[in-house]
Design a protein around this ligand. Structure first.
Ligand code: ZN
Ligand code: ZN
Length: 368
């Protein structure tokens, strides 16, 4: 089977033939039908998110279960599933208190790129073992992963729409509903309107936010943002001072919530300065591991502003993926419109170039 593999940081992604190993007792085998491409995939390629190589990219996918291990109980052969990076044990303190995104067993699995049993499931033609991004690696025709990566979905939902709920939709939606808990009527600013930011916008709209200001460098994304519920837009390539602009647009008060969805350290400060007293800054963007942001410490004692770190949207995939699918089926959120480009696996480097141009919503790879 073919898969998109990074062999060396900074070089092009290679589409190569890989051999799949056997299905372990807790594993499932999935034929992938569609997979999104996310900025984190590109961060692995460039090395700004350091992972062991060679590695199959892709961490949001949808497909059909074709084989299950002897202990598998969550899915059966023929099920349609969404695969999410987030895997969790269900028993630890973080899982029990409803924060499975912080499950250490899960995070160690995700960052190790191996099956939770510690072994690898893939080999290339030279016999070299290959890692799977987030222990799934969805930019592949097939994969084997632990059953807990998979969430069953109704069969009448398209794989193309469904695959997006594995990362981008899950992260954006959950950041609004689970982390910030946006209140009706409040003002929201979203900095960065790509595959995650658009979902913050449409979820804030679903939460009846009073105003939603979308901020991006690219007009194409701002046009999309309006389709997803933004009530005003700011093209940050055309202004000098984002906080001053936001202050002006919010009657001198600032915003109740600012979501930083880019991963640029300076934007943390700009987001903070755009907040109303008592406002909340939610940092969703994945920042380079060696970067730092600074904030005016004096304000901590007087402004009652809140700074929230937000890993994977503070999501609970087994609850929130079905919720996203349900809201899509009810017309409360858009999924099809998020897809701005479709690629074949062979054209994965074109998909990366399109993403790096900063102009698309979500590019997906579609499999036959
Ligand atoms: Zn992602
Ligand atoms: Zn756990």
């Amino acid at each position: 089977m073919k898969a998109a593999v990074v062999y060396t940081y900074g070089s092009k992604i290679e589409v190569v033939d890989l051999e799949l190993g056997g299905v372990g007792p807790n594993d499932i085998r999935v034929k992938i039908k569609a997979s999104g491409l996310c900025h984190s995939d590109v961060s692995v390629q460039t090395g700004s998110l350091p992972f062991p190589l060679p590695m199959v990219l892709g961490h949001e996918g949808a497909g059909i279960v074709t084989e299950v291990g002897s202990n598998v109980s969550l899915t059966k052969v023929g099920d349609h599933v969404v695969l999410s990076a987030l895997i969790h044990c269900g028993n630890c303190d973080n899982c029990i208190k409803g924060r499975p995104n912080l499950c250490l067993w899960g995070l160690n699995t995700i960052f190790g790129g191996k099956n939770p049993d510690g072994s690898l499931r893939l080999k290339d033609a030279q016999g070299k073992e290959v890692y799977q991004f987030a222990s799934i690696g969805t930019l592949a025709e097939e994969l084997i992963c632990h059953e807990k990566h998979a969430v069953p979905i109704p069969k009448d939902v398209s794989f193309e729409a469904a695959c997006l709920t594995g990362c981008g939709v899950l992260t954006g939606m959950s950041a609004v509903f689970n982390r910030a808990k946006v209140e009706a009527g409040r003002s929201v600013v979203v900095i960065g309107c790509g595959g995650v930011g658009l979902n913050v916008i449409q979820s804030a709209a679903a939460a009846n936010a009073g105003s939603i200001i979308a901020v991006d460098l690219h007009q194409e994304k701002l046009d999309l943002a309006v389709q997803f519920g933004a009530t005003a837009v700011v093209n940050s390539s055309k202004i000098k001072d984002l906080p001053a602009t936001i202050m002006e647009m919010t009657g001198g008060l600032g915003a109740d919530y600012v979501f930083e969805v880019v991963g640029v350290p300076e934007l943390v400060r700009q987001g903070w300065d755009s907040l109303k007293i008592d406002g909340t800054l939610v940092v969703i963007g994945v920042h380079p591991s060696n970067s730092e942001s600074s904030l005016p410490a004096g304000q901590f004692s007087t402004s009652e502003k809140t700074l929230m770190s937000c890993l994977y949207g503070t999501s609970r995939p087994t609850k929130d993926i079905p919720l996203a699918i349900h809201m899509y089926q009810q017309g409360k959120i858009k999924l099809d419109e998020l897809i701005t480009h479709r690629f074949a696996l062979e054209d994965i480097n074109d998909a990366v170039a399109k993403m790096n141009s900063g102009k698309d919503g979500r590019g997906i790879v579609v499999f036959k």
